[in-house]
Unconditional design. Structure first.
Length: 223
C-alpha cells in the first residue's frame, strides 16, 4: 500500500481536479504535509513566471506547505488539446527525467503526494509515454473520480478494469456529482458500489468548495 496516490478520471471534464483537491484537504485534516502534483498539463497561460495551468495552480494552493510550481507541474503546455498533440506542436519532448525529479523531491518533502492524471486512464503523453504509466512507475495507489452523469457506470467499470489490468492497486473511488439533475442519482451510486471492487470514499455534492467537500471523504481506507 502506497502513501502516495494517483487520481484518475473516467473522462475529461468530470471534476478530477476538484476530487484531487478535496482528497488533499481530507488528508491534511489527518495531519502531516500533503502536496498535489500535475506532472503534465495542457491548456496553460503565459505569465511573467512562465506557463501556468489552472488545475496545477489549484493543486498547489490546496497543498500545505505550498510547493514551488515547477515541482507541482514540471511540464506545462500552452494549447488546450490532448497533451501529446500540444507537446508536438510546441516542440516539447515529454520524457521521464523532469517528471521523476519533481516527484522525487515532493515525496522527500511531504508525507503524502496526490498526483493528478490527464483526462482518462489511457491518455497518450508523447513518444512511448502514456498517462497510465505514471502510477505504475512511481508505485502509486489509484483513486478514481467518477463524474456522476449518464453513461458513468460503463466508464467507471471499464476504467477500474484497466487500472487492475495494468497492475496498479485500485484503492478507492469518489463519486463527483457533476450533474445534480441526473435521474436516479442514488441508484446509480448504489450500482457503482456493488460493481466496483474498491470502496467508495465519498460522494462530493454539486457546487461546494474542495475544502468543504473534503468533509464527506473517508480516507481511512487509504492508510
Amino acid at each position: 500500500m502506497s502513501r502516495h496516490l494517483f487520481v484518475a478520471g473516467t473522462d475529461t471534464g468530470i471534476g478530477k481536479t476538484h476530487g484531487a483537491q478535496a482528497l488533499i484537504h481530507a488528508l491534511r485534516r489527518n495531519g502531516g504535509r500533503v502536496a498535489g502534483m500535475k506532472p503534465v498539463a495542457s491548456g496553460s497561460e503565459a505569465t511573467a513566471d512562465g506557463l501556468r495551468n489552472d488545475d496545477a495552480l489549484a493543486l498547489q494552493a490546496a497543498s500545505a506547505p505550498r510547493p514551488p510550481y515547477e515541482r507541482v507541474n514540471p511540464i506545462a503546455l500552452a494549447e488546450a488539446v490532448a497533451p501529446h498533440l500540444a507537446a508536438a506542436r510546441a516542440g516539447v519532448a515529454i520524457d521521464w527525467p523532469p517528471l521523476d525529479a519533481a516527484f522525487d523531491r515532493l515525496r522527500q518533502d511531504y508525507d503524502r503526494v496526490v498526483v493528478e492524471g490527464v483526462g482518462g486512464w489511457l491518455v497518450p503523453l508523447g513518444g512511448n509515454l502514456s498517462a497510465e504509466q505514471i502510477p505504475a512507475r512511481w508505485g502509486l495507489d489509484v483513486v478514481l473520480v467518477v463524474g456522476m452523469r449518464l453513461g458513468c457506470i460503463s466508464h467507471a467499470r471499464l476504467t477500474a478494469r484497466a487500472i487492475e489490468a495494468d497492475g496498479c492497486r485500485f484503492a478507492g473511488w469518489i463519486a463527483n456529482v457533476v450533474d445534480p439533475s441526473m435521474p436516479l442519482l442514488d441508484e446509480n451510486i448504489a450500482t457503482l458500489r456493488a460493481c466496483l471492487s474498491a470502496p467508495c470514499l465519498g460522494v462530493l455534492p454539486h457546487g461546494v468548495t474542495p475544502a468543504d467537500a473534503a468533509g464527506v471523504l473517508d480516507v481511512g481506507a487509504l492508510d
